[in-house]
Design a protein. Structure first.
Length: 278
């Protein structure tokens, strides 16, 4: 088993010609891991290895991030979903498990609703249906993130992502705070894409068994969005992490990783692990 066989860093093109960089690690059933807004594949660095016992993890750099192209023009969560399909097509992957967090969960909603035959199982983490039905973050969060001082804005984001106790034990570096190499137009495009997401009418069309995960202390994407998704998606189940904020997948790594792995491994006649509850 060579390192080249275990890891593949390559690229393909979207229908509009944009270069899309992707990374495949490990062997087994493909698991697509989709990161948050204005982040590249490094969002998953801290936890992707947890799935390699059963899955080959597939990440990508959204357009505007990492090694992917950074075109001008309109960005949207539906466009990002089309980009994921382009990567799956390039790898000749007919069907995959999909785990999207934050804006990646918004992208995953469109993947599962518009391409149901391509998604075997779906995990939506710390995300929202968007639109008028969603529970928006409050004004104090928006003001904290919009501070002119970059250091203060970064600290505000850290506090929204992680609890003080976890930060005290994990001094960094952190890979979930945004791609520093993004040009301003791409960063604005990601913000618009996330803010304009509205998949409410499409959610009932999702046929894949779905697990919704969220940190109860999340103020960046309020936890009230989790039951909205779980109630709107047929047969979906929900699990909340009582002490976690937005980055529950890192802060509650052992519990979250085990829960997701059990869900993905469950046989067809038992689509949900026993500890997932709604």
């Amino acid at each position: 088993m060579t390192d080249h066989a275990q890891r593949l860093n390559a690229s393909t093109h979207a229908p509009d010609g944009t270069v899309l960089a992707y990374q495949r690690h490990g062997f087994g059933r493909p698991l697509v891991l989709l990161p948050g807004q204005a982040n590249n594949h490094h969002w998953w660095d801290g936890v992707r290895a947890d799935f390699h016992a059963t899955h080959a993890t597939l990440t990508m750099d959204y357009r505007g991030t990492g090694a992917s192209g950074k075109p001008t023009g309109n960005y949207s969560t539906q466009l990002f979903a089309d980009d994921v399909i382009a990567v799956l097509d390039a790898l000749e992957i007919e069907q995959a498990d999909v785990y999207g967090t934050s804006m990646g969960g918004r992208v995953a909603q469109w993947l599962a609703a518009r391409h149901p035959h391509r998604v075997r199982r779906l995990v939506l983490g710390c995300t929202s249906p968007g639109g008028p039905h969603a529970q928006e973050r409050d004004g104090s969060v928006r003001r904290a993130l919009a501070q002119a001082d970059p250091a203060a804005s970064r600290q505000a984001l850290l506090d929204l992502m992680y609890s003080p106790a976890w930060l005290a034990e994990h001094p960094g570096p952190y890979t979930t705070l945004g791609d520093p190499g993004m040009p301003p137009h791409a960063r604005r495009g990601h913000l618009v894409a996330s803010n304009e997401h509205d998949a409410w009418d499409a959610l009932p069309r999702i046929t894949a068994p779905t697990l919704v995960l969220h940190g109860e202390q999340d103020r960046l994407t309020p936890a009230a969005n989790a039951p909205l998704l779980a109630d709107r998606i047929p047969r979906a189940r929900m699990h909340l992490f009582p002490t976690a904020r937005h980055a529950y997948f890192q802060e509650c790594r052992a519990e979250a990783g085990s829960l997701v792995s059990s869900f993905l491994a469950a046989p067809p006649d038992r689509p949900f692990p026993p500890d997932a509850h709604g």
